[in-house]
Design a binder for this molecule. Sequence first.
Ligand code: KIV
Length: 271
Amino acid sequence: MNAPTPRKPLTLHRLRELHAAGEKITMLTCYDASFAQLLDGAGVECLLVGDSLGMVVQGWSSTLPAKLEQMAYHTECVARGNRTAWVIGDLPFGSYQESVEQAIRSAAVLMQAGAHMVKLEGGGWTTTVVRALVERGIPVCAHLGLTPQSVNALGGYRIQGKGDEAAATLKQHSIELAQAGAAMLVLELIPSSVGADITRSVNIPVIGIGAGPDCSGQVLVLHDMLGVTGGKLPRFVRNFMQGSDGLADAARRYVAAVKDKSFPDPQLHGY
Ligand code: KIV
């Protein structure tokens, strides 16, 4: 039997093709070269160097302490281990809120570290920032719903977009960000119905984490899906190590489950 043809590097164009074809897009967080190699080899399409590293790698109780230079260091590590996946560098708290100029400078740091795209949290005021980055050739992934950098303002890690008014605001912000040029949108911890409605309303891939089964793709924090994270995990998380024959097998099973829509389980989502 012939060996499978190696995957071509993922590009924005390819991600748009997958989206247009209705194929679910797979994303996992990743913070180092070894896991980048393993996840890329397992077929994960997008590696997010998330500021969740502040929690799962550095041990803080929120993502706020993650610094730009640390994000750049981990982005470099991931870029070195990766061959074909699309790498997204997360702009950390305090690196883009001050001004458009600050956001451009910070995004440049992550792009020079090897990111193909940057991610930032929030709606409304961020549309100006997104437009400025996109105009300068920097692809942007927006992040709405539960935005962990705002955990202190939100009063904890609570479901967002509940009720007609909150859902309408979320939808409005999503549409504005897509119109400003965001090429991807992460929606975190919102009702499934809101995730489905926003996914239908924007023409960019919407990647859900606790946003129901009808988003264009899914993302999980690597340590959560490998069962490394201690304590109580959100309902929507699945431990792919259970019943797997090692780390690469768990990653392959995640990809397969997102692609065949058996993850996330709508029953377990329940928001
Ligand atoms: O930082 C991160 O890992 C994230 C995901 C939860 C989407 O933003």
